[in-house]
Structure formats: C-alpha cells, structure tokens
Design a protein around this ligand. Structure first.
Ligand code: UDP
Ligand code: MG
Length: 315
C-alpha cells in the first residue's frame, strides 16, 4: 500500500530540509507497522526563493518523491487541490511544510484508518497558544457563525493535516469549484473522520503567509461558499423594516385624523432615510458577494496551472 503526502510549499526553503528530515524518521515506522510506503508530493506554489531548487534536487535523489511547480502563486487551497488531483496512492495525506503538523502523528492516523475503520484521520488544535488573542477571538466567532449558518459542521481548530482513503480523496477531487474552502469541503463530502487533538506548535522556521486581512477574507470565503443564509437574513431584515414602516404609516394617519397634526421634525426623517438606505446598501453588498463568487465560478477557470514537474524539469 502507498501513502502520498501532499506538501504545499510557498517560500519554504528554510524549513524544507528540516521537514524532510523529520518525516524520514517516521516513514520506516509506517513501513514496519502497517506495510505502507510513503512518498512526497510537494506542490511549489509560486515560490520566489530556493524552494523549487531544493525540490528538484530532492526529487532527483529520492526515489518516489514527486513535485508540481505552479506558474505563479495560486494559494494553499489551489496547492492542496493540485496534490489531490495528482495523487494516485491508496491513501492521501496533506501536511504543511513548516512542521506545525507533527510527523509523529502519521502512524496514529494510519492506525485510525487501517485498524479503527475510519475513512479519514485529521488533526485538530486543542489550544491556540502563541497566537494573538484578538485573532483567537475572531477565529472562535468564525466557527460559531459558520457552524450556526451551515449544515456542514466545521470542527473548531481543524487543520488541513489529514490522511484520507482513496474513496474520500476521489470525493474531494470531484469538488472542482474555483472558490475553495477545504475545511468545508472535507466535511461536506462526509465519510467518518477521527479527530486527533494536539497542542499548537509554532512553525520551525520561516514565517507565516497569513495576515489578519487574508484570514478575514478566507473566513468570508468560507461563509459565502457554504451557506446562503446571509441572503435569507437580508430578506428578513427587509421584511422587518416593511412591517415597521406599515405601523408608522398607520400611526401618522391616525394622528392626522385625530389631532390634525401634520408630521413634524425633519431631522428624525433624515435619520430614518439614512438608516434605511444604509441597510439597503448593506444587503445589496451581501447579494454582491454572492454574485461576484458566481461570476468567478462561471468563468470556469482552472484552479491552478502547472509549469514544471519532476518528469519535466525546466532548466
Ligand atoms: N502555502 C502555500 N501557498 C500560499 C501560502 C501558504 O502553499 O500561498 C503553504 C505554506 O508553504 C505552508 C502551508 O501552506 O506549507 C501553511 O502556510 P503557513 O504556515 O504560512 O500558514 P499557517 O500555518 O500560519 O496557517
Ligand atoms: Mg504554518
């Protein structure tokens, strides 16, 4: 049996030698205990440092090691999808290059699949040590919102670090959407997943590519990608305002008939107009988000473009 480990890499030259060294310690364990041959499938996501050079030489000196190099930076989601499309092994794993995903978990994960009958084994952070508190707070809100609004359950602290069976890999591969939110996709396809909790580890070297801003966009992508609830909420807000205005109209008419008092006070009117047009623009914005995603999706552009692989080395 074979296990293919997908490793998305974007400017990871500092940490890759360390990563491959740590993993190499675990591979013999997998071979001995479960008779599983492990191979790497690196995805170089438009790195501008020495990552590609390292991958070339690694693939040449290690039998079975493969790599895909993109024509530019397409993002981690695209890198993971490329790996999933190219993997043909019995089991497919996904692992970050920065050693935040402990290689020592691989045997535990294989055990869950081979002996405990799970289709997938994945890691979940049990804490958020070493992360700014504001970020943790927003992350917690994000999981609350997305799990409330969607039927797809997203495990809090879920990482992309996982091993899947062939069957589940095929299911994920069949989800070829352009706006990808893998945490949601992995859950959406179903199958049984064993969650293995672990304490957060900081990256071994190099630095994270995620800023607060990019994380916010990622969260928004997740919500827009997996639920249309915001559209529903917009409709409900509209309905509520309509009812309030009806009551207001009746109030004004009755007051006029009883007291002959025409409506006075235009400052309050201005406030109401501003408030309502604000809500309208907000709701139009929500619709716009969905429209934009639909627009991008119908263009049907490829999720990634390959420039080089280990079979076709560019000089
Ligand atoms: N990554 C990628 N493309 C990108 C950004 C990141 O392939 O555009 C890879 C990166 O090389 C690493 C993994 O995705 O292997 C996770 O990235 P990072 O450690 O920066 O994210 P964090 O662990 O902070 O969430
Ligand atoms: Mg990381």
């Amino acid at each position: 049996m074979r296990l293919c480990l997908i490793v998305p890499c974007h400017n990871e030259e500092e940490v890759l030698p360390l990563f491959t060294e740590e993993c190499a310690k675990v591979f013999p364990v997998l071979k001995e205990t479960y008779d599983v041959d492990t191979e790497f499938l690196f995805v170089d996501d438009g790195s501008t440092d020495g990552t590609l050079k390292y991958l070339r030489s690694y693939a040449q000196s290690h039998e079975g090691a493969r790599y895909i190099s993109f024509s530019r930076n397409f993002g981690k989601e695209a890198a993971m999808y490329a790996g999933i499309c190219e993997s043909d092994a019995d089991f497919t794993g996904i692992m970050d290059a920065d050693l935040q995903d402990p290689p020592s978990f691989l045997p535990k994960m294989m055990k869950a699949i081979l002996e405990e009958g799970y289709d997938c084994a994945a890691a979940r952070r049990s804490d958020r040590k070493g992360e700014p508190p504001v970020r943790s707070w927003f992350a917690a809100r994000f999981y609350k919102i997305i799990n409330h609004a969607t039927r797809t359950h997203i495990e809090e602290g879920a990482r992309d670090f996982r091993i899947m069976t062939r069957q589940m890999t095929e299911a994920v591969k069949s989800m070829s959407e352009y706006n990808r939110f893998s945490k949601g996709i992995f859950s959406w396809v179903g199958f049984s997943t064993k969650w293995i909790p672990y304490e957060n580890v900081n990256r071994a070297a190099g630095k994270t590519k995620w800023s607060f801003r990019s994380l916010s966009y990622y969260a928004l992508d997740g919500i827009v990608g997996f639920t249309v609830k915001p559209l529903e909420y917009a409709a409900w807000i509209g309905m509520a305002f309509f009812l309030i205005s009806l009551i207001g109209i009746i109030f004004v008419i009755v007051r006029k008939l009883l007291f002959g008092d025409p409506v006075s006070g235009w400052p309050s009117l201005v406030c109401i107009i501003l408030f309502c047009s604000g809500i309208q623009l907000f709701c139009t914005g929500i619709i716009g988000q969905y429209l934009a995603k639909t627009y991008i999706e119908v263009k049907n552009r490829p999720v990634y473009i390959i420039r080089e692989t280990e079979k076709n080395i560019r000089k």
